[in-house]
Design a protein around this ligand. Sequence first.
Ligand code: FES
Length: 142
Amino acid sequence: MSRHHYSGDALIEVLHTAQELYGFLSPGLLKSIARKLRLPPSRVLGVATFYHFFSLKPKGEHTFVVCLGTACYVAGAPNVLTALEHRSTKAGTTTADGKVSVDGARCIGSCGLAPAVIYNGRILARVTPESISKELDRIGVE
Ligand code: FES
């Protein structure tokens, strides 16, 4: 925040850095950011909940974000999400052991790679239920 001179215009950059440092954006952290940037807490919360890459809850060791935008949806993303949920947990949640988090998102800007999944921050292209299942095998999800 000091690097950005505590400017409210740097809110997104500050939220990114805070999430990198702490893993997720807790209510206390959001309040602190709002106070230090002199922004209404509702604005900070609104930005944090608008963008899919910000998380208000702790994430699992492995994170999967299945794109459900139009191109990915048509190319089979719902089948990928179903396969993932069947082996791990429902979208928007983390497994009880903290190993896997699953989320859905609207277009992630990689439509040419549809169906696309962001896995641990990296984009996987042309994902199938079989390829996602192999990845779950690889990380030891039963
Ligand atoms: S619709 Fe999935 S990347 Fe655009």
